[in-house]
Every structure is written in C-alpha cells, then in structure tokens.
Design a protein around this ligand. Structure first.
Ligand code: FAD
Ligand code: SF4
Length: 509
C-alpha cells in the first residue's frame, strides 16, 4: 500500500468522500487504544459504544471492498498510542503517505500534527465533511466583540443555509425564535414515545475491555445496550424522533420527569457526534416535518436551533478559545466534587435522579445537565476543571469540542461571561416548577434555613452575595441584586451561615 488513512472513533461517517472509490493502494486504519480510553475516566457505555461502532464501521468498509486494518485493544501488536501504532503500520505496509480527517479535539489535532511534522513521509489532513461551518467561522463572525451571542450567529446560519425561511428570505412565522411558546413543565400527558432503540448484547467485548484493565464508571449494561451503533440504526432513531417526539419537543424541552427521563428529546447526540448522522439531514428532517404540517413551527425551530445554532456555535467557540479554555476559573471556585457524583447517593432528589440516571444511561437531557447538576456545582463553588472532566467522562455524547464550552462557559460561567450573558443558576423554585423531583424529596423546597431547607435556596443567595463584586453590575441580574440589597442583614447572615454549613458537609448532603 502507498497510503494509510486514519479513521478516529468519532469519524464513523460512511458517506465521507474517502469512501466514494475503492483503491487497493489505500489501507484504512482504525484502532482501539489506551491513549483514548484513559485520557479521562469514562462511563463504561461510552467506551463500549465507541468500540462496537468502530468495529461495525470497519466491517462495513470491508464489505464495501475497502482495505481495512483494525487494531483491537488486546491485539498483541497494539502499542496503545495513535502515533506509535501509525509508525509501526507505516513500516509494515511500506507506506509513503498518511492521511487523516481533521480531529475535532484540540488534544488529538495537536498530537497528530506535531508528530507528523517530524516524519519523513507525506501527510495530508482532509476535512471531516461533517460540520456546516468551518472551524474559524465563529471567531470570524464575532471578531472584535466582547460577548459572543449564540442567537446572533444562529440567525446568520439560518440565512446562509436557507433553513426555515420564507421565499423572500424572512424567518418562517415572522420570528427567529419561538421560545416564548416553549419551555413548559410536563403535566404527565401526552405520553412520551416508547423507547424503540435496538438493544445489543456486548458482554464478551466488555469482558475484554475490563480484562485489559481499562478504568471506567457507570453501568456497562453490556447485556442490554441501547445506543445506535451504525448509520442504519441512527437513521431509524431519527425517523422515530421526527414522527413521535418532535411535535412536542419545544413545549417540553425544559421539563424534567422522574417517570420519563427522555421525555421528547431526540437522543441523537451520540450518532451526530460520531458522525453517523450529518447535521444537515437532521435539520432537513425537522424542517420537512414542519412544512408537512406534522410539527408546529415552535417545535421545529427550537430543535433546529440546537443543531444549526448551538452545536455549530460551541464548536467554533471551542476552536477560538483553545488551548487554555479548560483552565478558566473566573469565579475562583476550588471545591472538589462530592463523592456522590460517582454514586448518585445524595438526599437531594433532583441530583439523585439526574446523576443516577447519568450513571445508568450515560445520558441526561440539557436541563438536567444545566439546571440541576451544573446549577448545584456553580452554587456550591465546585472546581470547574474537575467538573469538566466529570462531564467529559460520563456522557455518551461527550467530546471535548462540545462538552467544554457547555460546561466551563455555559454552565459554570468560568470564562467570566464570554459565552453566557449571566450565570445559569436558580433556587428550588425553578426545579420545582419544571419537574416532579421536589415531591418526595428529603428537603423542603420552600424553606431557606434549617436542617431540612432545600440546599439550593441558601446556596443561591450566598452565591450572589459572594460574587457581588464580579456580578453585581450585570444588567441581566438587576432584579436579583435589588432583592439581595433589600434583604435584612440578619436574614442574609442566616442564609450564609446555612450555606457555609452545607458546603462543609457536601459529601453527606
Ligand atoms: P436534543 O435535546 O434532542 O437536541 C438535539 C441536538 O441538538 C443534540 O443531539 C445536540 O447535537 C444538539 N444540542 C443541543 N443542545 C446543545 C448544546 N448546548 N451544545 C451543542 N449541541 C447541542 N452535548 C453534547 O453533544 N456533548 C456533550 O458533551 C455535552 N455536554 C454538555 C454539558 C453541559 C454542562 C451542558 C449544559 C450541555 C451539554 N451538552 C452536550 C448539550 C446537550 O445537553 C446535549 O447535546 C443533549 O442533552 C443531548 O441529548 P439529545 O440528543 O436528546 O438532545
Ligand atoms: Fe432538589 Fe431542593 Fe427540590 Fe429536593 S427540594 S428535589 S434538593 S430542588
């Protein structure tokens, strides 16, 4: 062979132009390596899902007539590092050229480029043909601005890609954003669609991963495993979502229920992030459902905004701020994560549910990640870099380019407000309004002080009081600070005393 082509575990796009032609001079290389299992402690299902999907992808490439070299984790020739394996394969095949698709993570992008620069053979980096905007689009869009508002970028994307526009180029329905109609609590009806995802049995592979000594956490569910593991399964998931859940997506997008963790969310993030699905086909399916009268505009627009807006925006934001963004800590928070982040064992029912579900399924929806787990972490002053590694490990869809801006920027305000206009925090009232978690909780959602008072309440006021110098002038927090400044001193003292006692005993909260 003259050419080796590296395919990373999140580059499983069978429609990439690489595969348009068969060439016996090209060997496609996929590898399971400790470098990738160990850069952070991962959820068991995440490791398993990526390996199974890679194996299936290799099988499909072979069936389509391509040459493939697959290095399994327990292959005796496996050197467990991407560059070391590549160097050995180049020698083995006598290859004179190495090609790879641009990685989405700064870590891998830099590693491959630095390594290849010192090699004698020819190298070529090609586009992954996945995203709708180039890496530097967000930086260019916001050049010279202090605040990078997603909504601004999203409108430009709607126009550029002609999504949900009228024939004259106006936004469909006369508005760009219909969130005022969305975001309701879920009253128990309509019933969420049944989970039709196929279940897979991968006990043998899981055994091999464990025997190799790979560390992990969370439930492997190797005997019943429900993530789409190839493009066909991902397409079936997309079709099911559009038919059954999209019509109610917007309305209940922010709702949380202990009876139905998924509600009307798509659970397509894994399939999208490993590139089994292209964002454009997902967006087109949602737009077509609206045009066919199957889904209301508020639902279709809300869903499209997540993919055409947020997903593309955070990716560009990531490239504009790396390296270094992972170490941002504008509020100086340093508290370690309580142990129950790895067990779900806390008396706070909202966190018990959101973290317990994340440990069971490697997935939680946006509001659980943002307004339960992230909200608590920010109010309690947990260290954002440790929290980032927790999010990066636990979720099936977690890859640094999307996880990092969401965690450090949106959820923890650790970049001082470059991504979010204000910290996303709330007291118990918001969680109670949007979920059924507070009923049956050990804590009293209405009480602010005392042993049984909901921890969110005292931590909330303590957070704003502690950070008045940094946040007190933020125009979006005017109401909060007016209330705080009106508060009688003994009341604030009592709240801060309660917050301090909570923070001293986070492990047993
Ligand atoms: P849906 O609610 O059905 O949304 C559809 C799609 O929109 C998602 O599949 C996703 O591709 C995209 N999307 C939605 N919100 C966002 C967002 N804020 N940023 C980027 N894309 C978005 N998403 C990840 O894909 N990987 C992560 O590691 C990740 N970490 C997060 C960490 C925190 C602290 C927060 C607050 C959010 C994070 N998100 C992450 C965004 C979002 O929570 C998930 O994309 C979503 O929950 C995935 O479930 P779904 O496919 O059912 O999404
Ligand atoms: Fe969470 Fe407080 Fe509600 Fe309990 S009372 S579920 S801790 S918000």
């Amino acid at each position: 062979a003259q050419t080796l082509r590296l395919i990373l575990g999140d580059q499983l796009n069978p429609r990439h132009s690489w595969f348009a032609q068969r060439d016996p001079g090209v060997v496609h290389v996929l590898m399971e390596v400790r470098q990738e299992t160990d850069y952070v402690l991962h959820h068991a299902q995440k490791i398993l899902a990526i390996f199974v999907a890679m194996r299936d992808f290799a099988r499909q490439l072979r069936e389509a007539g391509h040459r493939v070299r697959y290095i399994a984790l327990d292959d005796p020739s496996n050197r467990q590092s991407i560059p070391d394996n590549l160097a050995a394969l180049i020698r083995h095949y006598g290859a004179s050229r190495l090609e790879w698709q641009a990685p989405d993570e700064w870590r891998l992008d830099t590693q491959l480029r630095d390594w290849a620069a010192a090699q004698p053979f020819e190298t070529c980096v090609v586009d992954s043909e996945h995203f709708l905007a180039p890496r530097d689009a967000v930086a260019l869009h916001f050049r010279g601005r202090k605040q990078w508002l997603m909504e601004h970028f999203y409108r430009a994307m709607r126009q550029r890609h002609r999504v949900l526009l009228t024939s004259t180029g106006e936004p469909e329905g006369g508005q760009w954003n219909f969130d005022a109609e969305n975001r309701k609590p879920w009253p128990g009806t309509p019933a969420p669609p049944p989970d039709t995802r196929p279940s897979h049995d991968h006990r043998a592979l899981w055994q091999m991963i464990e025997t190799a000594g790979v560390g992990s956490f969370g439930a492997p569910h190797a005997d019943c495993f429900r993530w789409p593991l190839n493009r066909d399964e991902a397409l079936a998931g997309l079709e099911h979502f559009i038919a059954e859940a999209l019509p109610h997506f917007g309305e209940f997008e922010d709702a949380m229920s202990s009876h139905s963790p998924r509600l009307f969310h798509s659970q397509l993030s894994f399939a999208l992030n490993v590139k089994m699905l292209h964002p454009r086909e997902v967006i087109d399916a949602a737009e077509a459902a609206y045009r066919a009268g199957h889904a209301p505009l508020a639902a279709a627009e809300g869903f499209v905004r997540q993919i055409l807006g947020w997903r593309e925006y955070v990716r560009g934001f990531y490239w504009a701020h790396m390296p270094g963004y992972e170490a941002q800590n504008a509020l100086g928070h340093q508290t370690p994560l309580p142990d129950w982040f790895w067990t779900g064992r806390t008396r706070m029912r909202c966190l018990q549910r959101a973290i317990g579900q994340s440990l069971d399924d490697a997935w939680a929806h946006h509001i659980q990640r943002l307004m339960v787990i992230g909200n608590f972490a920010l109010l309690a002053g947990l260290d954002p870099a440790t929290l980032h590694r927790w999010y990066l490990g636990i979720y099936i869809d977690a890859f640094e380019w999307v996880e990092l801006p969401n965690t450090v920027g949106m959820s923890q305000f650790a970049d001082g407000g470059r991504l979010a206009t204000k910290p996303y925090v709330s007291s118990a009232a918001y969680i109670d309004r949007m979920s059924d978690y507070c009923k049956g909780c050990h804590y009293d959602r209405k009480a602010k002080i005392g042993e049984r008072a909901c921890p969110f309440n005292a931590l909330y006021w303590d957070f704003f009081a502690r950070h008045e110098a940094t946040l007190g002038h933020n125009p979006r927090l005017g109401m909060v600070y007016r209330q705080l400044r009106k508060m009688a001193e003994p009341q604030l003292d009592a709240l801060q005393a309660r917050a301090s006692s909570l923070k001293r005993g986070l492990d047993t909260i």
